[in-house]
Design a protein around this ligand. Sequence first.
Ligand code: PEP
Ligand code: MN
Length: 340
Amino acid sequence: MADLIIMKSDATKKEISQVVKKIEKLGFKPHISKGTERTIIGIIGDTRGISDELFRIMPGVSEVISVLKEYKLASREFHQSDTIIDVNGVKIGEGYFVVMAGPCSVESKEQLYKTAKHVKEKGAKILRGAVFKPRTSPYSFLGLGTEGLKIVKEVKEKLNILVITEVMSTEEVEIVSEVSDILQIGTRNMFNYRLLERVGKINKPVLLKRNFSAKISEFLNCAEYILKEGNNKVILCERGIRTFDSEFTRNLLDLSAIPLLKKETHLPVVVDPSHGTGRSDLVIPMSKAAISAGADGLLIEVHPKPEEALSDGFQSLNFEMFDNLMKEIIPLVKFMKKKM
Ligand code: PEP
Ligand code: MN
């Protein structure tokens, strides 16, 4: 089985293109990564029938590696160094720490502006806020839609802050990409393969949330759906999973997923303790736990008046709580040797 062709450091352009042509001739898609030292060519598809000998004998080839995992582009085997994603100047990935904060839903210009101004002043680099809302009940508040998108654009431009907002369907990808710096794919859509492929075709960072009942391998395979289309800017987000006990918490925040994902994949891992617990009083301790476990960032729900929020008020921090969160995490982020 052949998955990765490692070229010699002095391989010529011609030798690289011969390998690429051979991959295409076999009916597969090549994925070329040019490092500073050498070029690595990945073979995308079901490679079980390809013998490594086919490539090992070619000029310029140093090594042929088989990746036993189903997810290849997402795996550490394929890409050993950590992926750092530059979101219009803000770096996300190992060595950095980013706070994304804002309301669950965009409710009005005033609400978003007020929240954005506050979280920015306290150190959040990215404003969150959904306008297309996936809700359990179709009778709940489903977001302001395209009107909300206009608000996001206005606030973003006024305050010069980056934004992340959710995209629920393939039809929304284009309009959301025009405004949002990062596209969020929610827990319910993690398994929406057509949507994953669609966002894989654009050149924009995607934050993929773990489905509430997805295994780690399923999560990584879904990231692979995006990567295989050519978009390598994928950020993973642990947001809690379902267990037998929902008496006191909404979900169980899977903290072990953080070091585990960091081991399995080169992609950045951020944590959402708001949905992960469903309770504002648990957000600070679980944020600290996530940072200690190696998270590269946090996604936090903040509302000027959580008691009046149209969605997820119970888990949203008010401004004072957000200030306390920032105060408590800054020394911890420093201790973990991450730049904020
Ligand atoms: C959200 O971030 O507001 C959200 C709906 O998250 P999730 O998809 O994780 O439930
Ligand atoms: Mn929410």
